[in-house]
Design a protein around this ligand. Structure first.
Ligand SMILES: [Zn+2]
Length: 470
């Protein structure tokens, strides 16, 4: 029996064509500056229709679309996008259960490998995480997306980029290191999280090896700043940091950004992405909304109740259609993240793209309190705006009463710094959170560090802000 041919990575992609299709920096800004709205629309239409053709061959889409009365050829372009049913991460989970291990949306037989593949995963608070396969195009496009962000945020050739997320099941760290090495001339320093390389060692390496940029979650940047302070390291004087690439979460009034910029003495840039479609948007040095990678994704903002597309500036669920992904296609994925967008316009950095607001909350975390919709993550900005708190919080939702008298109750646990007057902080938080949410919530002040076991602070992945006991 002859051995199977190896699908080599280096020969699996037409690289000159790839670079022309998905320009890395600085080509992307140049191309987006000279491309008219009509030309961009045409490019998006062409890619979208290719993805539709591929998706019709995928059981997940074929079955859902046929059940909804659609036929191949019905959708003639992006104007018809809203007529295609959306799907959510729950649908992907069910798809994987129906056809293990990868689902009806990823019907690949690994023993018939025609192209190199990699498995990454996301989510999965119960049971197995949700697997997503990446072929070389999906893998490298997400790296190009990150490279565009790094350069827009001040990254330069020869810069050391310290990546404090661990290369693991989640793909953010992989995207960052691939982006640095393959597409931006930067030098990735993959320290991983504090669980892999201690915070003291992270700071030592940054000082000795001249880290210019950091990729880190906001919560970890706070831990690094505290570690620096208690170890006599002056972040501004001893390090050569020029920029920070992070994910600020719900930072509507900018409290977390200001706190981090004050501590580090450099600009902090917000970004937004998702496991399946990569980095959707990134801030440039103007810090004026997130530039969308318009050649790789088409975004819609829809009403969280009835799914109707919303106008520019209105907040709703972000629904994404990937323009580059074939393995698998992603067509109208409702991410349940609340954001708003604005039309393509020029920016002082020179790029001309659609823009996205920062993250406003998770619509599937919505809690109904006395007929008022409350998004727990929105508490972030209030809590982090109070210097008496460590900035850490957790919303605990449970149900009280029985039958008709049953109602949902939310308690916001807020960490206080040592030596804080807990009663005063409690009173102020009760007042401010009532204004924020439009309805009264319970507040419990807890000691510094008390929430880490529940929020996952200091570990891998995103910090949890909602404990749902309903
Ligand atoms: Zn810009």
């Amino acid at each position: 029996m002859s051995p199977k041919p190896i699908p080599y990575y280096w020969s699996s992609v037409d690289w000159p064509r790839f670079v022309a299709d998905y320009p890395p920096p600085p080509l992307f800004d140049q191309q987006m500056a000279r491309t008219s709205d009509d030309e961009l629309r045409e490019l998006q239409e062409t890619r979208f229709l290719q993805r539709m053709t591929e998706a019709w061959a995928v059981p997940f889409y074929r079955d859902r679309w046929t059940a909804a009365g659609m036929e191949p050829g019905d959708v003639r372009g992006l104007d018809d996008l809203a007529s295609i049913p959306t799907f959510t991460s729950e649908d992907l989970k069910r798809s994987a259960e129906a056809l293990p291990p990868f689902g009806t949306h990823q019907t690949f037989a690994l023993d018939a490998m025609a192209t190199p593949l990699k498995i990454q995963s996301s989510g999965g608070t119960s049971g197995l995480p949700r697997p997503t396969l990446f072929d070389p195009v999906a893998w490298e496009v997400q790296a190009v997306q990150f490279a565009r962000a790094f350069v827009a945020q001040g990254g330069e050739v020869g810069d050391v980029l310290q990546i404090t997320l661990t290369n693991s099941l989640a793909n953010t760290a992989w995207c960052a290191s691939t982006a640095a090495m393959h597409w931006s001339g930067m030098v990735p320093l993959t320290t991983g999280s504090g669980a892999v390389t201690s915070s003291v060692r992270q700071l030592e390496l940054a000082r000795e090896w001249g880290t210019a940029g950091w990729v880190a979650f906001g919560e970890y940047l706070k831990i690094l700043a505290e570690t620096a302070e208690s170890n006599g390291v002056d972040l501004r004087r001893d390090l050569r940091t020029r920029f920070i690439h992070t994910y600020l979460g719900v930072d509507t009034d900018g409290h977390l950004r200001r706190l981090l910029e004050d501590a580090w003495g450099v600009p902090v840039y917000d970004n937004y992405g998702t496991h399946e479609v990569g980095l959707i948007g990134y801030e440039c040095r103007a810090q004026d909304g997130l530039h969308v990678n318009d050649d790789t994704a088409v975004l819609q903002i829809v009403d969280r109740e009835d799914g109707r597309p919303l106008d520019d500036g209105q907040a709703g669920n972000i629904v994404v259609t990937s323009l580059h992904r074939s393995v698998p296609p992603i067509i109208r994925y409702d991410l349940k993240d609340l954001m708003h967008r604005s039309s393509r316009a020029g920016c002082s950095c020179g790029a001309r793209t659609t823009k996205l607001s920062g993250f406003l909350g998770r619509s599937d975390e919505m809690v109904k309190l006395r007929a008022t919709s409350v998004y727990p993550r929105a508490a972030q900005d209030t809590v982090q705006g109070d210097p008496r708190s460590t900035g850490e919080f957790l919303c605990v939702v449970d149900q009280v009463g029985e039958g008709m008298a049953a109602r949902e109750r939310m308690t916001v646990r807020v960490e206080a710094k040592p030596g804080t007057d807990g009663a005063a902080l409690h009173g102020d938080m009760v007042r401010q959170l009532k204004v924020l949410f439009g309805v009264a919530v319970d507040v419990e002040v807890v000691p510094s560090g008390a929430l880490a076991p529940l929020t996952g602070l200091g570990g891998e992945g995103k910090v949890k802000r909602l404990l749902d006991l309903r």
